[in-house]
Design a protein around this ligand. Structure first.
Ligand SMILES: [Zn+2]
Length: 672
C-alpha cells in the first residue's frame, strides 16, 4: 500500500498538470515553460510507474492533450494522433534504441530523423483528390474542425494529383515563421496595436480563429511530417511515404534525414541542438522514427505512445520567474538601457539573474511591470531576454516602469530624439560611457588588451589618468603603481599588453574606437576599401554606400563619428602613439567576378574566418545565405561540415573546399 503522501502528491501533480494543460492547450496562454511542465509530467509518470494501481483513466498521462474549444465543430480522428515518449539525453535515446533492437531482434534498422517543430499539429484529410477536412489534434482522438482556416494556409494544397490514394490523411505542424512574425509585429506596432509574444502561440491562435478571414491575414506555414492513413496503402516505409507526399505537393521539411545507426541519429540531434536557432521557425527537439511500417506495427503502441518513435528533446531555452526590479545602465554610445533583475532561475544549466529589456518602448509594448511573473528566454550565447509577462499571475501590486530623467552615472538629463527608441545621455564626458567604451576597446575582438577589467578602468577614471580611450597609451608605470589594485607584475604585464596592441590590424582599431554599427565584419570591409584612416575620414556618405553590403545606416554612422571633434582627437592621439592606421593590403579595384553566384559556407575553415570569407564573397559580388537550397551555386565546406553538406548532396549543389573556392575566384578573374 502506498502511503497517503504518495496519493496526495499524485493528486497535486494531476491538478497542476491539468491546470497548465488548460492554459497551454485551451487558452494558449501558458504560465510555465515547457521544461517546467515536462518536469511535472515526468514526476507523475515515475510515481505512476511505481504504483500502477493508482493510475486512473482521467490521469493526464492517459490523454494526449486538451478538450476542444467551444465554437468549433468536433472532428473525430479515424486514427488517433499519438503523443511521443521523450529522451532528455543521449543515454535515454540509446536505451530506447536498445529496447527497440531487442523487440525487433535486429541490431540495426533504418530510422528517420525529423526536426520537432514548435507549432500546432493538424490532420488534413483528402478524398478523391480534394482537401475535405482540416482538424486540430485536440486530445488526439477528437480535435476541432478548422477546415476553412486550413484552406487559407498557402502551403496546404487544396487538391492533389490523381496519383494520390483515393482517401488519405496527412499530419503536419502549422507554424508562424520567425521572420514573418517579426514583420507582422512591426506592422502591428505601426498600427498602434500591441505586438504578439510568441510565434507558436500566435500560430495556434490563428488556426483557431473563428473568422477565417483573420487567419488568412496571418502568414502561416506548414510542414507535413507523416501520413496518417491511406486507402489504398501502398508504402512499405515512412521515408517512402514522405517522399511520395512531397511529390504530391506537400511541404516536407528539407532537413529530414534517413539514418542507419544510433550514432548517426545522435549526430543529427547534436547538429540541431544549436543549429535550429538559425532556422526560420522554432524547434524543441528531434523525432526519431523506425522507418519500416511492418516494424512499426510489430512494435505497436503502449498507452498513448508508439514504441517505434521517440522525441529527443533539446535543452530548454525558456523559464518563468519573477521580475524583481528594472534597473538601467549606460551604454558606450550613451544609450540608457533598461534591464531586468530577476529572481534567479535555471535555464538549461545556467542560472539567469538578469535579462535585457532593450528600451522603454519594449517594456511598454510588452506591458512588463515590476513584480510581474515573466517568461525568460536564453538561447545560445545571446543575452537572456524577457519574452512576455504572465498576466494571469498578477496580484495588483505590480508597478509600471518609468524611465529615469537623469543619467544614473553623471546625473545629466536624459534625452530622447524624435523617432529613436533609445533614451540617451548626451554628456560626452559621462564616466559610465567611457567605462563601457574602454571595456569594448580592450576586448578580444578589438585591441585585445588583457588585465583591464571594469574595476581597474573605474579607478583610472576616478584618478583622472584617463579622459579618453587613447590615454591608455600614455599611462606611466609610476602613476599606476600608486593605485590600489595595481601591483608591480600586473602593471608590467598591462603596459606590455598595451604596447603590443599597437600592432593590431587597422580593421581591429576601427572596431575598437566604437563607431556605431561597425563590428568586425564591417570594419574588415572598410579596411579593405580604404588604405588608411585619412582616406576613411575623408569618405563621403556616397563613397561609403558605394561599397557592397554597406547601407545608409552604417555610412551615416561612420560619417557622423568622424565629424565629431572629440572623436577626431581620439584618432589623432592613437595615430600619434603609433597605433596601426593603415590597411595591410588595400585592394585597388575589386572585380565582381562572383557576380550572381550564391554561396553557403559551412564547417571549420583553415584559411579564412567565417566573416573573412563572407566578406570576400560579397566584395567579389557574390551572395551568401545561411542554408542550402536549389538556388545555391556552391557550398564551401571545411572540416566537420554537418547537415548543410548533406543538404547540398541531396540537392546536387556543387561542394568545394577553400582551395576550390580560391581556384574558382582565380579562374573567373582570368576569364574576364
Ligand atoms: Zn551620463
Amino acid at each position: 500500500m502506498p502511503g497517503t503522501t504518495t496519493l496526495e502528491r499524485i493528486t497535486e501533480l494531476r491538478d497542476r498538470i491539468d491546470y497548465h494543460n488548460h492554459r497551454y492547450y485551451v487558452l494558449d496562454d501558458p504560465e510555465v515553460s515547457d521544461a517546467q511542465y515536462d518536469d511535472l509530467m515526468r514526476e507523475l509518470r515515475r510515481i505512476e510507474a511505481e504504483h500502477p494501481e493508482l493510475v486512473t483513466p482521467d490521469s493526464p498521462t492517459q490523454r494526449v492533450g486538451a478538450e476542444p474549444l467551444e465554437g468549433f465543430t468536433q472532428a473525430e480522428h479515424p486514427v488517433p494522433l499519438l503523443s511521443l515518449g521523450n529522451a532528455f539525453d543521449e543515454e535515454e535515446f540509446l536505451a530506447w534504441h536498445a529496447r527497440v533492437s531487442g523487440l525487433l531482434e535486429e541490431s540495426q534498422f533504418d530510422m528517420v530523423c525529423e526536426l520537432k517543430l514548435d507549432g500546432l499539429a493538424v490532420a488534413l484529410t483528402y478524398e478523391d483528390g480534394l482537401l475535405t477536412r482540416g482538424a486540430t489534434r485536440g486530445n488526439g482522438v477528437v480535435g476541432e474542425d478548422v477546415t476553412s482556416n486550413m484552406r487559407t494556409v498557402r502551403s496546404i494544397p487544396l487538391r492533389v494529383p490523381a496519383a494520390a490514394p483515393s482517401r488519405f490523411e496527412v499530419r503536419g505542424e502549422v507554424i508562424f515563421p520567425k521572420s514573418a512574425f517579426e514583420a507582422f509585429n512591426e506592422q502591428r506596432i505601426a498600427d498602434g496595436l500591441p505586438p504578439y509574444a510568441h510565434p507558436r502561440n500566435t500560430a495556434a491562435g490563428s488556426v483557431r480563429q473563428l473568422d477565417p478571414r483573420m487567419t488568412a491575414e496571418r502568414p502561416l506555414d506548414i510542414f507535413v511530417y507523416t501520413l496518417g492513413y491511406a486507402e489504398p496503402m501502398e508504402f512499405d516505409t515512412h521515408w517512402q511515404s514522405i517522399e511520395a507526399l512531397s511529390r504530391l505537393g506537400f511541404k516536407i521539411n528539407p532537413h529530414s534525414s534517413l539514418v542507419r545507426t544510433p550514432d548517426e541519429a545522435l549526430d543529427y540531434c547534436r547538429t540541431w541542438v544549436e543549429g535550429w536557432e538559425d532556422l526560420d521557425y522554432g524547434c524543441d527537439g528531434v523525432v526519431v522514427k523506425v522507418n519500416r511500417f511492418d516494424y512499426q506495427r510489430h512494435l505497436g503502441v503502449v498507452g498513448r505512445e508508439p514504441r517505434w518513435a521517440i522525441a529527443y528533446k533539446f535543452p530548454a531555452t525558456q523559464a518563468t520567474t519573477q521580475l524583481r526590479k528594472i534597473k538601467v545602465n549606460v551604454g558606450r554610445t550613451g544609450s540608457i538601457n533598461p534591464y531586468a533583475v530577476l529572481e534567479p532561475v535555471n535555464i538549461n544549466g545556467v542560472t539567469v539573474r538578469q535579462a535585457t529589456l532593450h528600451n522603454a518602448d519594449y517594456i511598454a509594448t510588452k506591458d512588463l511591470r515590476i513584480g510581474d511573473w515573466v517568461v525568460v528566454e536564453r538561447a545560445g550565447e545571446v543575452i537572456p531576454q524577457v519574452v512576455s509577462s504572465v498576466v494571469s499571475k498578477r496580484t495588483g501590486n505590480e508597478r509600471p516602469f518609468k524611465m529615469p530623467e537623469a543619467c544614473p552615472s553623471c546625473v545629466e538629463p536624459v534625452v530622447r530624439a524624435e523617432g529613436e527608441a533609445a533614451h540617451i545621455c548626451v554628456n560626452a564626458a559621462c564616466p559610465a560611457q567611457l567605462v563601457r567604451l574602454l571595456e569594448h576597446f580592450v576586448s578580444k575582438g578589438a585591441m585585445d588588451i588583457e588585465g583591464l577589467g571594469i574595476k581597474q578602468t573605474t579607478v583610472l577614471l576616478e584618478k583622472g589618468l584617463i579622459r579618453q580611450v587613447a590615454d591608455l597609451y600614455t599611462l606611466k608605470k609610476e602613476d599606476l603603481l600608486e593605485l590600489e589594485r595595481f601591483g608591480e607584475t600586473s602593471v608590467a604585464n598591462l603596459l606590455s599588453a598595451i604596447e603590443a596592441s599597437k600592432e593590431r590590424p587597422f580593421s581591429r582599431v576601427l572596431v575598437a574606437v566604437g563607431i556605431q554599427h561597425v563590428g568586425g565584419e564591417v570594419a574588415e570591409l572598410l579596411a579593405r576599401h580604404f588604405p588608411n584612416i585619412d582616406a576613411l575620414m575623408n569618405a563621403s556618405q556616397e563613397d561609403l554606400e558605394a561599397i557592397q553590403s554597406i547601407g545608409p545606416k552604417i555610412a551615416e554612422a561612420v560619417v557622423a563619428y568622424f565629424a565629431n571633434e572629440s572623436n577626431r582627437a581620439v584618432i589623432d592621439k592613437l595615430r600619434e602613439v603609433g597605433v596601426t592606421m593603415e590597411s595591410e593590403q588595400a585592394e585597388e579595384t575589386v572585380e565582381q567576378v562572383l557576380d550572381g553566384l550564391r554561396f553557403v559556407v559551412t564547417g571549420r575553415l583553415e584559411r579564412f574566418s567565417r566573416s573573412e570569407i563572407t566578406g570576400r564573397i560579397k566584395d567579389l559580388g557574390g551572395a551568401v545565405s545561411g542554408s542550402v537550397s536549389k538556388k545555391t551555386d556552391y557550398l564551401v565546406a571545411g572540416e566537420d561540415a554537418g547537415s548543410k553538406l548533406a543538404d547540398a548532396e541531396k540537392l546536387d549543389v556543387p561542394v568545394i573546399t577553400e582551395d576550390g573556392f580560391l581556384d574558382l575566384v582565380a579562374s573567373r578573374s582570368g576569364e574576364s
